[in-house]
Design a binder for this molecule. Structure first.
Ligand code: PMP
Length: 405
């Protein structure tokens, strides 16, 4: 790794906003801490670069028909490897769709709407930006309740307890987002766990796992539907995996075909042309994850990386965590404030990261912090593609900045 580059005052440009991913030293290693689309593991990137020039098929990976035997082999292997990696039981079906995570914000109420009647509802546990989006989408189609009574945006939960989550007898399903990518709040076994069957009573549990899927072990006994977009730990944006208990899939003539789990399940996800290149890449991610040692290794690396960052922030006087409650703070997306919200200092920090080839710490969110008079956090995202060495480099850069500037 290169030595840390010093920041001289004549180098620092005023009003450097830090949104750019355009690295300063392009011939050196760049570390991308973006919340997604996110950094690829280096081994996969190297393989892909080689594949385009030397495709094993003769045709390039962009030219593979979804009706070809070659794609059939890839899809079969992807489903088998996914089941193996995530230990998905046989009573679940795996469905690949397009439309990313947002497609499933609509698909969930449309496909499960048959469960919700006049005197019952779907219970949305809104803890951040993405569960809020899902809640407002569900309200278009079914009786959905925002049971924590969060306001629309921006959501600023910093503490949450198991007792805050109340599930009623007539909640037909409970919906939550296991890792709120923007807010940095996570449900996990060693913190705030998902509600279990006892707590759920007869409700089904639906989970948006877009930003923590393939980063921790899942107890499928408590889950009925899980979905994840592909732009964090499964490659490129656009596609989505939905894992659903097969006996919940009902035929319903009113569901648009591209969102209909029944149609996609019957067609083995080949009803329309699937996102071929996404699935081609997912095949590589899954092989890479399994070769690394599987989900236990991914989970322990994830915990190591987040501890490195939280220890740095907790020991610092310059950086502060947005989420005060340790049991809900995310191992994956870590929002933090620089210099108590001083804009100039934050920009100087971003510039220091930039000259050291670290990008992706500031992103535009679906709302504007200034508009709500909230101190804007930066955010460190530690997906599987960010290595322990990459994290150590960020820690060094953060400590160096605090000490010297
Ligand atoms: N859920 C979560 C937790 C997310 O982080 C995102 C995207 N950042 C989405 C859903 C939406 O996914 P997409 O942009 O693929 O529709």
């Amino acid at each position: 790794m290169n030595k840390i580059r010093y920041l001289s005052d004549d180098l620092f440009k005023d009003n450097f906003d830090g949104y750019t991913l355009n690295a300063l030293h392009k011939n050196e290693k760049v570390i991308n801490f973006s919340p997604g689309p996110a950094q690829f593991p280096k081994d996969i990137m190297d393989e892909l670069k080689n594949d385009i020039n030397n495709s094993i098929y003769g045709v390039s990976p962009f030219e593979i028909s979804h009706r070809s035997p070659e794609f059939n082999t890839i899809l079969t292997r992807v489903n088998a490897n996914m089941k193996k990696l995530m230990e998905i039981p046989d009573d679940f079906s795996i469905i690949w769709t397009q439309g990313g995570g947002h497609g499933q914000f609509s698909a969930v109420p449309l496909n499960l709407g048959y469960l919700v009647h006049k005197n019952s509802q779907a219970n949305y546990i809104v803890t951040g930006t993405w569960s809020s989006r899902a809640y407002f989408e569900a309200k278009k189609f079914i009786n959905a309740e925002n049971s924590l009574s969060c306001k629309e945006l921006p959501i600023q939960i910093t503490n949450l307890d198991e007792n805050d989550i109340n599930i009623k007898d007539n909640d037909k399903y409970v919906y939550l987002c296991s890792n709120e990518t923007v807010n940095g709040i996570e449900f996990r076994e060693d913190g705030l766990p998902y509600p279990n069957r006892e707590k759920l009573k007869s409700s089904k549990l639906i989970i948006d796992m877009s930003s923590d899927f393939t980063m921790k072990k899942i107890n499928w006994n408590n889950i009925d539907v899980a979905f994840a977009c592909t732009s964090k730990n499964l490659g490129i944006a656009g596609a989505n995996i939905t894992i659903v208990r097969t006996d919940l899939i009902a035929g319903n003539d009113n569901v648009p075909c591209v969102l209909d789990w029944n149609v996609y399940n019957k067609a083995n996800s080949l009803y329309n042309t699937p996102a071929i290149y996404n699935i081609y890449i997912i095949d590589k991610f899954l092989k890479y994850y399994l070769n690394k040692g599987g989900i236990d290794v991914l989970e322990s690396e994830s915990k190591i990386k987040s501890k490195m960052i939280y220890d740095t922030i907790d020991e610092s006087k310059l950086y502060h965590c947005v989420i005060s409650d340790k049991k809900i703070r995310s191992n994956i997306n870590i929002p933090f404030i620089v210099g108590n919200g001083n804009k100039k200092l934050m920009e100087k920090f971003l510039y220091f990261c930039y000259i050291n080839n670290i990008v992706g710490l500031r992103t535009k969110t679906p709302f504007n912090y200034q508009e709500f008079d909230i101190k804007e956090p930066l955010r460190i995202s530690l997906y599987n593609g960010v290595s322990i060495d990459d994290t150590a480099r960020l820690v060094d850069v953060m400590k160096f900045f605090e000490k010297n500037y």
